[in-house]
Every structure is written in C-alpha cells, then in structure tokens.
Design a protein around this ligand. Structure first.
Ligand SMILES: Cc1cc2nc3c(=O)[nH]c(=O)nc-3n(C[C@H](O)[C@H](O)[C@H](O)COP(=O)(O)OP(=O)(O)OC[C@H]3O[C@@H](n4cnc5c(N)ncnc54)[C@H](O)[C@@H]3O)c2cc1C
Length: 370
C-alpha cells in the first residue's frame, strides 16, 4: 500500500509482450504484463515461465520482480529474480538504465539493485525474462504423513540425497487427535530423468512411512492451485463482503519466513509452546518449494490477543535463529520496523544507496524502512 499523500504510478498500460525469442529462451516484456498472459504466450511457442505463484492470474512481471516472488516451481527454477536476464528501469532522476540481457553480464550485477527492492530504487519498465522448455514429463504425487515433523524429516532426506523437486508443497492439517500433514511433490524435465527421480523419491517416502494418496488427489491439487486467487479477484471486483476474507484479515496473519533447514523444527516447536502466551494458535505449518521456506498462519484465539505483537515476536524468533523474516510477500511498510534486525549493518549500506539514487526519497517512501 502507498503511504498517505503519495502519487500512485499505474503501470497497467505497460502491458505489451515485446518479443519472444525462442532460440534464446527469452521474453522481452513491459513491466505491467500479467504473469498469466506471459505464460500463455510462452506456451504457444513450446516454452514456459518458471515463476508460477498463486497470484499468477493477477500479478505483474514488474511486481513479481520487485518483490522477488516465489512460485510453485521455485524449487527448480528459483524465485522470480533468478529468472530475470536483464531489465530496464527509470531511476528517480529520470535516468533510464538498461542492463544487458545475458546470464552473466560484466561487473556488478546492476539489475540486482531492482530485484526485491519493492520499487524503492527505481521503476522497472521492461524485463527480459528467462523462459524454459516445457517439460517432456511432469509427475506429481501426493503423500500423507503422521504430522509435520515426520514429513519434514522425510523431505530433508530427499533433498540431502540430491533430488531436486520442481514442486514441493507440504502442509500440516488439523486432524484430531494427532495432526496429519500432506506433501505434494513434483518432478519435471526429460522423461527418463523425471521418472527416475519420482521413483527414487517414492521409494524413500514409502520407506519413511508415508501413505501414497494416489494420482487423482495430486492432479486435483495441481489443477486448482490458483483458485484462491480467483476467489480474491472476485471479492476485490465485487467489493461484496466475503466472510472468509474479512475474517482472515481481522483474525489471522500469514507469515512466510526463511530458515536454515537445521532451525525449522526448533522454530516449529517454539511456536507451539509459546503461542498460548501470545493468545494465538499457530496453524497450518508448511514448507513450500524448499525445506527452508516455512509458512504458518497465526490465528488470534482470545479477543484481547495482540496479533501485531505476536507477529513481531514470531518474526524476531526467525531472525534470532539465523533466518529471514520474509521470503515471499515483501517487507513493505508493514514490516519496516523490523529491518534493523533484518539487515544489521546492511541497513546503513542500503540507506546510502537510497540516498545516492533517490535523495529526495520520492520512490515508495517508507517501504523497506527507507
Ligand atoms: C491471493 C494472492 C496470492 C498470492 N500468492 C503469491 C505467491 O504465491 N507468491 C508470491 O511471491 N506472492 C504472492 N502474492 C503476493 C503478490 O501477488 C506478489 O508479491 C506479486 O508478485 C506482486 O505483483 P503485483 O503486480 O501485484 O505488484 P504490486 O502488489 O502492485 O507491487 C508489489 C511491490 O512492487 C512494487 N512494484 C510493482 N511494480 C513495480 C515496477 N514496475 N517497478 C518497481 N516497483 C514495482 C510496488 O510498488 C510494491 O512495492 C499473492 C497475493 C495475493 C493477493
């Protein structure tokens, strides 16, 4: 959200896919192009975009780069920033900077200044996005575990033996008396490689005691993965009260932290132990894409619960465990009060860069604590 008194730049008219170069596996697009439209255009020429967030039907390329978003397939293709070959940006003084669209340009990586910067250092106007060949084979399986710990340990064993799932979506469910947890696991690429990886993973997960939920469950998960965004879109368009969304905003916080693998179970355990003292319950613990990306929903259980204070305490706990407070949705203004802990001395470096590039502080004031 913009701060009060600011001018909003609407980039929705920058919506042209300028070219798709099949041989170079590259799309040159304006920043306001919707990810779904880019995906459709890439599919037409036998390619695909590696960034596939829940919000694919609504998010723009510029927004995804500026938040360095994470999508379903980030385990294989990386976050959005990893898929940027080059970009054009308008800096605060009007300078137009264009970086070379090759995998390893000479010198410091200037495009990295804009990736994840949430619009504080420049306005991205064009992006050269890396495209990927459509996989010859995609295999998605679903497995059930006896709770978060059981599944998490099995996932770590998979990764430790060198398997690289394209899709990894693992979430605890509220079953009683003991919660269960479901893993959606996908591999994709050349036929032989994909089948071998899926077979090896299947053997390891079954040996660890996982229950195979069958192909249909897995397929349904994949086919409906953007549904929550269509629901959000309908709500936003109609402005009609949607009980679920209103309740979600008022009573819950959805946190995505990034932790060293070795700290994930400790973080999980501490949340369960300390949640009652904060007047909350920590629900739907999950890891997404990589075992390091841990998400959880905090839900207020008492009318007097201070959700903001609980959120801060949880994010500080992630930082104290050598993790990062946010891996997906950006810092914005909402988490700006936590950047001193997050960046340490790096905050001073960031502020000097901001001062040099945007001395009047006109670009997204307040975001990232700048
Ligand atoms: C239902 C739903 C599901 C979501 N799922 C995911 C998900 O799976 N993964 C994920 O990573 N995120 C997700 N998000 C968050 C959000 O969709 C992403 O962060 C998305 O990439 C933002 O794109 P946007 O075009 O909406 O950007 P905006 O929200 O408009 O902007 C995001 C930030 O980037 C800045 N910005 C936008 N465009 C530019 C530009 N051209 N130049 C410079 N700065 C710019 C803005 O000022 C702002 O600070 C979800 C959001 C919703 C509502």
């Amino acid at each position: 959200m913009p701060v009060a008194g600011s001018v909003v730049l609407d980039l929705s008219a920058l919506n042209r896919i300028l070219e798709i170069r099949v041989e170079d596996r590259l799309a040159r697009v304006q920043a306001g192009v919707i990810l779904e439209d880019l995906e459709t255009a890439a599919q037409r020429v036998g390619l695909m975009v590696g960034h596939d967030p829940w919000s694919r039907p609504i998010a723009t390329v510029g927004g995804a780069v500026s938040t360095n978003g994470v999508g379903y397939l980030a385990g294989k293709y990386g976050p959005m920033g990893a898929q940027v070959l080059g970009l054009e940006a308008v800096m605060a003084d009007g300078t137009v900077m264009r970086t070379r669209a090759v995998p390893r340009p000479a010198g410091p990586d200037l495009k990295a200044l804009l990736i994840g910067a949430e619009g504080t250092l420049g306005v991205i106007t064009e992006v050269a996005v890396r495209l990927f060949p459509q996989p010859e084979r995609r295999i998605i399986r679903a497995y059930r575990f006896r709770g978060f710990r059981h599944g998490f340990e099995a996932i770590c064993a998979l990764i430790a033996c060198g398997l690289q799932p394209a899709l990894l979506d693992f979430e605890e469910e509220e079953t009683t008396p003991i919660p269960t947890a479901t893993l959606y696991l996908g591999f994709e690429g050349p036929v032989e490689e994909t089948e071998a990886a899926a077979r090896r993973a299947d053997q390891m997960l079954r040996a660890a005691g996982a229950l195979d939920l069958g192909d249909q469950v897995a397929r349904e998960f994949w086919d409906t993965r953007h549904e929550s965004t269509y629901r959000y879109l309908n709500w936003a368009a109609s402005r009609s009260p949607d009980g679920w969304i209103q309740w979600t905003v008022a009573r819950t916080r959805y946190l995505d932290v990034s932790l060293p693998v070795s700290a994930v179970l400790r973080f999980y355990d501490e949340l369960q132990v300390r949640a009652p003292e904060w007047g909350i319950v920590a629900r739907n613990a999950s890891v997404w894409c990589l075992p390091e990306f841990f998400s959880v929903i905090l839900e207020a259980t008492r009318p007097d619960a201070d959700l903001e204070a609980a959120t801060d305490a949880v994010l500080r706990l992630a930082q104290a465990l050598q993790g990062s407070m946010e891996s997906c949705h950006g810092i914005g203004v909402r988490l700006a009060h936590l950047v001193a802990e997050e960046f340490g001395a790096g905050l001073m470096v960031l502020r000097r860069i901001k001062q040099a590039l945007d001395p009047a502080g006109i670009l997204n004031p307040g975001k990232l604590g700048l």
